[in-house]
Design a protein around this ligand. Structure first.
Ligand SMILES: [Zn+2]
Length: 92
């Protein structure tokens, strides 16, 4: 059996199908952020240019740039920790 052109077309449409934002997993939202959000030149908190990654403010994971911060690993962790995402530490 060989794939017809029509069949190929269906496959590529299937792969390209846009998943509604609300149905995307958190990791795929991070992938989206890496691809589409406009990055600051360095960490938005301390200015470091090492180990930068997107952090969702309050973990809301919207498509709004203002709900994300481009942070270094350590600022990302310190932003998350007081909000209870780092289990085991009783901060504040
Ligand atoms: Zn930083």
């Amino acid at each position: 059996m060989r794939l017809s052109a029509e069949h190929r077309e269906k496959i590529s449409q299937g792969l390209a199908r846009r998943i509604p934002w609300d149905e995307k997993s958190v990791p795929s939202k991070h992938v989206w952020a890496r691809r589409y959000l406009i990055r600051a030149p360095g960490c938005e908190t301390c200015g470091s240019d090492r180990f930068l990654e997107w952090a969702s403010i309050n973990h809301v994971y919207t498509q709004n740039r203002e709900d994300w911060k481009w942070l270094c690993r350590s600022c990302h962790l310190s932003m998350d920790a007081p909000r209870g995402f780092c289990k085991g530490s009783e901060v504040g």
